[in-house]
Design a protein around this ligand. Structure first.
Ligand code: HEC
Length: 113
């Protein structure tokens, strides 16, 4: 039992990384990452381009670069997005993509024989 509790404890603390600090907003007032990820997926298609564009946004969140309409942002999120350096942004975005990867959420059932 003690070992189990230790394992759970360890697992909980080793999961989150860079993305933890994003969750303070993105689990509350900011758009959730699943919504953001879908939007990026529709626009950019490949994981490489999603990563590239999210990192660009986080390192220079000028209003022009985001995937949300500028006008909507002005009304709902008038504050500028927090700025991150490339290394932080890359790590967070990789975790984000890993977590939101849609293919992992699809359950593949074996065809009947
Ligand atoms: C202070 C709160 C806050 C924190 C911290 C924060 N975000 Fe955001 N984020 C927002 C809000 C509000 C929006 C929606 C408005 C916008 O796009 O600027 C947003 C939008 C985004 C978008 C979509 C941008 C677009 O329009 O294309 C991405 C991607 C994103 N955040 C990633 C992150 C990541 C990764 C982190 C952590 C490294 C993070 N955010 C930390 C508040 C936050």
């Amino acid at each position: 039992m003690g070992r189990l509790i230790f394992l759970i404890f360890f697992a909980v603390f080793s999961i989150g990384g860079e993305l933890d600090r994003c969750d303070s907003c993105h689990l509350q007032k900011a758009p959730p990452f699943n919504v953001i990820y879908r939007k990026y997926l529709v626009i950019y298609s490949s994981k490489r381009r999603i990563e590239e564009n999210m990192v660009n946004f986080l390192t220079d969140p000028s209003k022009q670069k985001g995937v949300f309409p500028k006008e909507a942002k002005k009304i709902f999120f008038p504050k500028e997005h927090p700025l991150y350096d490339r290394k932080e942004a890359k790590e967070a975005v990789r975790e984000l993509i890993e977590r939101e990867d849609l293919l992992k959420k699809v359950r593949v059932t074996k065809p009947r024989e």
